[in-house]
Design a protein around this ligand. Structure first.
Ligand code: FAD
Length: 382
């Protein structure tokens, strides 16, 4: 069979792959996407996106054919304490958003699961079917481009592996707030309740795999991800947020951001989850996938640099950030007991921490002090 030849092959048509494809197409560079699944396809994800994602994508809300839900506050809970954070965030359904993004990129998509990748005569050959001068790995945690080319130079960091359980289903929900609960039952991570458009609801939990009881046997006092899932469902039932839960849940793993190792080797690139770029504090991976996809395209089109440092490693700035809030952030750090002169250099502590500490929650707490008391603050029952 004759090889299908192109300038750039992108393996994976999620937000990382399709953002890369969309930008390459703007430069008039010939490319194609391989995805093992036919779109629209299901992707486990809470579907929370920040304004930054919309900016990076030149997102025109009026032209989006699906529902984009806007949250003017996020309702955090730390050790059972409710904190409302003023912000502007959004939720989408990945089954809709990813398909829209892929179509919008306007590049040919082949339904094909990439397996074998080799280099020959300065070109990348995939499964003896496709050939290109450049290769972009955008196939998530188990990306074959990562496995074949990058694994040694950019090894994954086990302690940054997050495991999740999640369900998205139609539900006649009455509470349309986006709620997040941190560190319940010593979970090294958080659980969420994210209302979506058209009566869909997404609930889930995520935590650092190594801090959970599971494959490494019984760690005393630690629960498994399934134990956490069970107590989370009970909690939602108790709070009357989701009654009589009998929706199927699924699990999925991915790695949080780290800076060690290249994202480009020769003419091969990795983006999004395949490059381990999700934010350290919230596990936000859509923004990282979109940004890294665009940066990889820029590197191909005009030899621009492409490093992990260009992809932000914290979400907090996308939640309380923006120029308007710089002063607030500064003040928040000050209120949290940090010396103002050192604030600029200091990074917020991750929400998927090695150990829990008060500093983990100091930023949102301080921010709350700065927002006006709200009558719509959720009752303490949460
Ligand atoms: C439960 C859960 C909740 C999350 N919630 C959020 C959230 O609310 N907000 C947020 O920002 N991030 C969230 N994330 C993280 C986010 O989903 C990912 O970081 C993001 O999807 C990464 O995008 P990507 O394009 O790199 O990979 P993906 O979206 O995973 O896309 C990879 C694509 O590659 C394809 N593929 C895989 N293997 C092959 C192969 N061998 N050949 C061809 N194609 C292949 C797949 O079919 C898929 O379409 C969550 C993750 C999980 C697990």
């Amino acid at each position: 069979m004759a090889l299908i030849e192109t300038e750039v092959i992108i393996v994976g048509g999620g937000p990382g792959g399709s953002s890369c494809a969309g930008r390459l197409r703007k430069y008039g560079i010939d490319c194609l996407i391989l995805d093992k699944e036919e779109f629209p396809r299901l992707k486990l994800c809470a579907g929370w996106i920040t304004p930054r994602v919309l900016r990076e994508l030149d997102f025109d809300e009026a032209a989006y054919p699906h529902t984009l839900v806007t949250f003017k506050k996020l309702y955090y809970h730390f050790y059972g304490r409710p904190i409302a954070v003023k912000t502007r965030q959004y939720s989408i359904r990945r089954i809709e958003f990813d398909n829209w993004l892929l179509q919008r990129s306007g590049v040919p998509v082949h339904i094909h699961q990439a397996k074998e990748i080799r280099e020959s005569g300065g070109r990348y050959i995939i499964d003896n079917l496709f050939s290109s001068s450049y290769l972009v790995g955008a196939a998530g945690t188990y990306c074959p481009v990562y496995r074949t080319i990058f694994q040694e130079a950019r090894p994954r960091i086990k302690k940054l592996l997050v495991t999740t359980m999640e369900a998205e289903f139609q539900y006649d929900y009455r509470d349309d707030r986006c709620c997040l609960w941190f560190f319940d039952n010593k979970l090294s991570g958080y659980s969420w309740y994210v209302p979506k458009g058209n009566g869909f609801l997404n609930i889930g939990i995520g935590g650092k795999l190594l801090s959970l009881k599971g494959r490494r046997g019984n760690i005393s006092g630690r629960a498994s991800i399934r134990d956490h899932w069970r107590s989370f469902r009970e909690k939602l039932n108790r709070l009357d947020l989701v009654r009589d839960f009998d929706f199927p849940a699924r699990g999925c793993n991915y790695f949080l951001h780290h800076a060690k190792g290249p994202l480009r080797m020769g003419n091969a690139f990795i983006v999004g989850d395949s490059a381990a770029l999700a934010s350290r504090d919230m596990g936000e991976g859509i923004s990282a996938a979109v940004r890294s996809g665009i940066l990889a395209a820029e590197a191909i089109a005009r030899q621009a640099p492409y490093t992990p440092g260009q992809v932000g490693s914290y979400s907090i700035f996308n939640i309380i950030g923006g120029k308007r809030d710089r002063g607030l952030l500064f003040l928040a750090n000050h209120l949290a007991g940090r010396h103002p002169a050192r604030v600029a250099k200091k990074r917020p502590s991750p929400a998927f921490p090695e150990k829990f500490s008060l500093s983990t929650i100091s930023l949102p707490l301080a921010k709350t002090c700065l927002t006006r008391p709200s009558s719509s603050l959720p009752s303490n029952k949460l």
